[in-house]
Design a protein around this ligand. Structure first.
Ligand SMILES: Nc1nc2c(ncn2[C@@H]2O[C@H](COP(=O)(O)OP(=O)(O)OP(=O)(O)O)[C@@H](O)[C@H]2O)c(=O)[nH]1
Ligand SMILES: [Mg+2]
Length: 339
């Protein structure tokens, strides 16, 4: 059995800390007969936060430890001493984590950029000590208030990869090979389908100022919406991208027909989310080093009127053209900086 290494959906319980109670105490000191009230306030309970971290790849940690708790506030003390506040709990999550309240189905918020913080459970307020209740006519109050309880929330967290570009294609089309050519990412490449089992992100660095994040998601099959292959599950990881690259196996390895592949891919995206169908894209005709590819490409062009970039990910041919396409799409009118 393979160990779980990637989790993009998780249900958690967040317990904020309770506020500490205030206390009713009176000053007791030598030679001070009626010392007066000196009960301090309780400390506030800690809150629970999510914090986006670029170093966290998935919700794996929360999958194994789905209960998160902040500290309780301490009780107030005599001599006007406040109780110590409970420690906040900060949970690191991957960029692009969305939070929904599992009980009310309300959207709580999302963290997108490194360092983004979202409070998911509010700590309770500390109670008041009797010091607060002293008035000119009420010199020896015994009143105090209790701290309020911290919020307890059951939440659903969903991670949607934050990337600029999404690679979409059938299994074995060469998506991961392309990602390793475009970026420093080294995803697993192999000659069998479903080599990539969860999304991988690589950064294309044109120069220190111009960079793009590219997401490689597991291959799609026709009828993915019916759960065929890995299904639609991973398409959420290209929902945030603003540009798609359709990677087609122009060689039609294993009897595939690249034109049908392309039409099926578009149909699957449309069925998953019509907005994805409107996302700008470019077609990449991969595996052009194979003999069957030329004929398939001609048929593809006739039928679809697309203008694919011809390339061979394995030989690195056409990769520069793909980069130029991305640069012109994302940074129109700008120049690459020599470095
Ligand atoms: N001839 C040829 N083979 C290629 C090319 N690009 C990739 N391949 C081969 O095709 C196979 C699949 O490549 P991957 O990059 O793993 O394909 P993928 O699209 O990521 O596949 P999944 O992760 O299963 O969805 C590997 O054996 C690659 O070496 C190419 O341009 N030409
Ligand atoms: Mg792959």
């Amino acid at each position: 059995m393979k160990p779980i290494t990637f989790v993009d959906r998780v249900r958690i319980q967040a317990f904020a800390g309770n506020g500490g109670h205030g206390v009713a105490t009176f000053l007791r000191a030598k030679f001070v007969p009626h010392g007066g009230p000196d009960g301090g306030d309780g400390g506030h309970g800690g809150s629970v936060y999510l914090k986006a971290s670029k170093d966290v790849a998935s919700l794996l940690d929360l999958h194994f430890a789905p209960i998160v708790k902040a500290g309780h506030g301490e009780k107030g003390r005599g001599q006007q001493q406040y109780g110590r506040g409970g420690a906040d709990k900060i949970v690191l999550v991957p960029l692009g984590t969305e939070v929904v309240d599992a009980e009310t189905e309300e959207f709580v918020g999302e963290v997108l950029a490194d360092g983004d913080l979202l409070k998911i459970a509010q700590g309770g307020k500390g109670g008041l000590g009797n010091l607060h209740f002293k008035t000119s006519t009420h010199q020896a109050p015994t009143e105090f208030t209790e701290g309020t309880p911290g919020e307890i929330k059951t939440l659903r967290l969903t991670m949607k990869t934050v990337a600029d570009v999404g690679l979409v294609g059938y299994p074995n089309a060469g998506k991961s090979t392309l990602l390793s050519q475009l970026s420093a990412a080294r995803p697993k490449v192999a000659s069998y389908p479903f080599t990539t089992l969860h999304p991988q992100v690589g950064t294309v660095m044109f120069d220190p100022v111009h960079t793009l994040r590219v997401a490689d998601v597991p291959g799609l099959l026709k009828d993915a919406h019916k759960g065929v292959g890995l299904g639609h599950h991973f398409l959420r990881h290209i929902e945030r991208t603003r540009f798609l690259l359709f990677v087609l196996d122009m060689a039609g390895t294993d009897g595939r027909n690249p034109t049908e592949d392309f039409l099926n891919l578009r149909e699957e995206l449309r069925l998953y989310n019509p907005e994805l169908d409107n996302c700008p894209y470019r077609v990449l005709a991969n595996k052009m080093d194979e003999t069957a590819s030329k004929k398939n490409l001609a048929a593809f062009k006739r039928r679809t009127k697309e203008k694919p970039i011809e390339m061979s990910a394995v030989l690195g041919e056409g990769v520069e053209e793909v980069k130029t396409c991305l640069f012109e799409t994302f940074f129109p009118g700008e120049e690459r900086i020599e470095f």
